[in-house]
Design a protein around this ligand. Sequence first.
Ligand SMILES: Cc1cc2nc3c(=O)[nH]c(=O)nc-3n(C[C@H](O)[C@H](O)[C@H](O)COP(=O)(O)OP(=O)(O)OC[C@H]3O[C@@H](n4cnc5c(N)ncnc54)[C@H](O)[C@@H]3O)c2cc1C
Length: 408
Amino acid sequence: MSETPAHRCDVAIVGGGMVGASLALALADTRLQVLLIEAVPARSAAQPSFDDRTTSLGNGARRILETLGVWDQITRHAAPIRQIHVSDAGHFGFSRLNAGEHDLAAFGYTVSNRHLGAALWQGLERSGRIEIASPARVLEAAIGPELAQLTVQQPDAQRRIEARLVVAADGAHSLVKQAAGITSSEHDYRQVALVANIRTERRAAGVAYERFTHSGPVALLPLHDGGYTAVWMLAPERAPAMQHCSESDFCRELQQSFGWRVGRMLQAGQRSAYPLSLVRAETSSAGRAALIGNAAQALHPVAAQGFNLGLRDAAVLAELIAAAHDPGAPALMAQFAQRRAADRRGMIAFTDRLVRLFGDQRRAAVAARNLGLLLFDLSPPAKRALSRLSWGFGDSLPRLARGLPLLP
Ligand SMILES: Cc1cc2nc3c(=O)[nH]c(=O)nc-3n(C[C@H](O)[C@H](O)[C@H](O)COP(=O)(O)OP(=O)(O)OC[C@H]3O[C@@H](n4cnc5c(N)ncnc54)[C@H](O)[C@@H]3O)c2cc1C
């Protein structure tokens, strides 16, 4: 009995979450034959990338999404962050950063992952240029010198795929990363992010709050509808109690931690918990495999940079392969890893330092961070550095982030 022939394509993207779907959309206008393989359909309530979280998008991410033609749809559900208020519970330092002082309309924009996911997937459907396999789960991957081979489980059959490039966009514990032989390190922060949408006495009006407390940082991000998304980092021992307690107990405890800057906390919606680690691949490519998004690096959300960084991974990869005769050529992949190295290194170090600095209760660290917050408040260069986080640590911006199409 003969075996069904393998399906061939130029680029197979494994994972159609926020970063994989963005890459697919970026490649829609190229001549490459692209197959996007996603285990959980985008419209399913169980889709793990497009859940009830809220993502802060920096100006660099906004520009990329504009160039991809999906910003108009996203902006209908987005809230601008015009001011960032950083404070430290029980200490005198606090900092207010105003976008206007940096000639920016906003530092960034918050949008729910569901709306972001819907905009990306509707963009893909509209383009009609990307082949989509979903629900379809990659079970095995083998990265050879000429081709990458995938075994994919679909509801009715198993399928074999051969691609010249396989892109790992399948999250922090990526199967493709392992198949490519790329090792990664993992540091458990021993914190859980508890996320809930809340209503407060005072409506959100463009201010994002970050407060460092004894139990861990609390962020309140303004939402389009006047509420906030609360992201509360807790010790793993305390998180289950806060996740499952009554709504009124939750509001009271959060209020105690955060304080009264937004008035009384009145209501809280569904609470979801995310254990936090730094997962970092040693490199972002090997042979015919490239890693983007959480497959390359999964960050603590304290600085809200994970997706922003992953989107730049996608934008740079798309630019490098858009016109390539062989998109998986190992030399091109090495170039990709090299172009992403500085941005990855800078953003990982920045985020990790922030977590460690504000997680350390020893006296020296307390003094240092209060001083640090004061400096932030007083020193324009420090503020400018923060606002530039929007654009990444790399030397050169990808074309999409400069508002240019992939191909000149
Ligand atoms: C609480 C919290 C708040 C955050 N806030 C922000 C923020 O404000 N700003 C920001 O920039 N970042 C933020 N982040 C980070 C951001 O959410 C992630 O960086 C982003 O979701 C990564 O997207 P991804 O597509 O790389 O991976 P994922 O979201 O993990 O998606 C992976 C996809 O791959 C699919 N998949 C997995 N295995 C397979 C397989 N074998 N076959 C087929 N498909 C597969 C999955 O179904 C999934 O759809 C936050 C993270 C957390 C936890």
